[in-house]
Design a protein. Structure first.
Length: 320
């Protein structure tokens, strides 16, 4: 059995291993595959099983890969695969849900704390000698914010949203949730479900945790930003296209909101002309919320379980 990993470097830059995958057949691991049909088709070759993280598997690729029987997506989101064509061609597609919920929730709170304290900036200031030159025992270059009593608005309440809410409650925050489904069992004196407008208008921090769909694409735009407090902060660890980046950059540069912390961008790797580069009070990290080793190991383990289940005739985590 021929198995190909099209873009293995992100999942495993060297601190994990592919040994368990090799027990199923002849494995070829490409660190990266260029996002061109001809390169993708070449690397797939006559493999029956492939794994992809972000390498796109479109209709043309699927029609060329005639030996293909199984696609394992090394992520939760599977929009990189034309799942309808895969289904028509008898190709099973699986994903890996819930491997990074705790990691992303932790990173979300880290971004919120950075917006509150600007720890990186103040460390740099000290390292550059500003404290040595200071006439006072203490100084700060940004307003410092205490989270207790502040309101966190969550747009989306899947497993990551739920995990984030739990952490925010531990900081003494109030939580407003906008979600397609309301879960009454989660409501208490600190958390309630409400409308999108209520979340936008009354939250001190707004964090995105919803999937990217036709309804949610650009959910943060000039109109929704107008409803937010001037003192509000936006956090996005979900999907870049949830945000109209030009509208957000304009809002930041014109002090319509106080700041943003973004881990995902509409086009990744980030393009040099992205309007958020250089925007005021905007923290940008390179899509790393999911990436602690513990989370990547869970991803690897579930990937092996998915393949094993497929080969035994009882596929799990099937998305098509």
């Amino acid at each position: 059995m021929k198995i190909v990993v099209l873009d293995g470097h992100t999942l495993n830059p060297g601190d994990l291993n592919w040994d368990m995958l090799k027990t199923f057949g002849d494995v070829t691991v490409f660190d990266r595959t260029a996002y061109k049909d001809v390169d993708i088709i070449k690397n797939i070759g006559d493999a029956e099983i492939i794994f992809t993280n972000k390498t796109p598997i479109n209709k043309s690729v699927l029609q060329s890969a005639t030996a293909l029987k199984y696609i394992g997506v090394l992520a939760t989101g599977y929009n990189v695969v034309d799942i309808e064509t895969a289904k028509l061609n008898g190709v099973t597609v699986t994903n890996v849900p819930d491997y990074s919920s705790q990691s992303v929730a932790q990173f979300t709170m880290a971004l919120i704390l950075e917006l509150c304290h600007h720890i990186g900036h103040h460390n740099l200031s000290v390292q550059q000698g500003d404290w040595v030159k200071s006439k006072d025992f203490s100084f700060w270059n940004y307003p410092l914010i205490e989270l207790a009593g502040k309101t966190l608005g969550l747009i989306g309440f899947g497993k990551i949203g739920k995990a984030t809410a739990k952490l925010a409650e531990a900081f003494g925050m109030k939580i407003l949730v906008f979600n397609r489904t309301k879960y009454s069992e989660f409501e208490n004196e600190n958390l309630r479900f409400t409308t999108l407008d209520d979340v936008l208008q009354n939250s001190d921090f707004i964090s995105l945790h919803c999937p990217l769909t036709s309804e949610t694409k650009g959910i943060i735009n000039a109109d929704s930003i107008k409803k937010m407090k001037d003192t509000a902060f936006l956090i996005n660890t979900s999907r870049g296209p949830l945000v109209n980046e030009l509208d957000l950059a304009n809002a930041l540069n014109n002090n319509k909101i106080s700041g943003a912390a973004i881990d995902v961008i509409s086009a990744e790797p980030m393009q040099a002309e992205n309007p958020l580069l250089g925007a005021k009070n905007c923290i940008i990290t390179p899509h790393i919320a999911w990436a602690p080793k513990e989370a990547r190991q869970r991803l690897m383990d579930t990937t092996i379980e998915n393949l094993n289940a497929f080969l035994k005739g009882n596929p799990q985590n099937v998305v098509n």
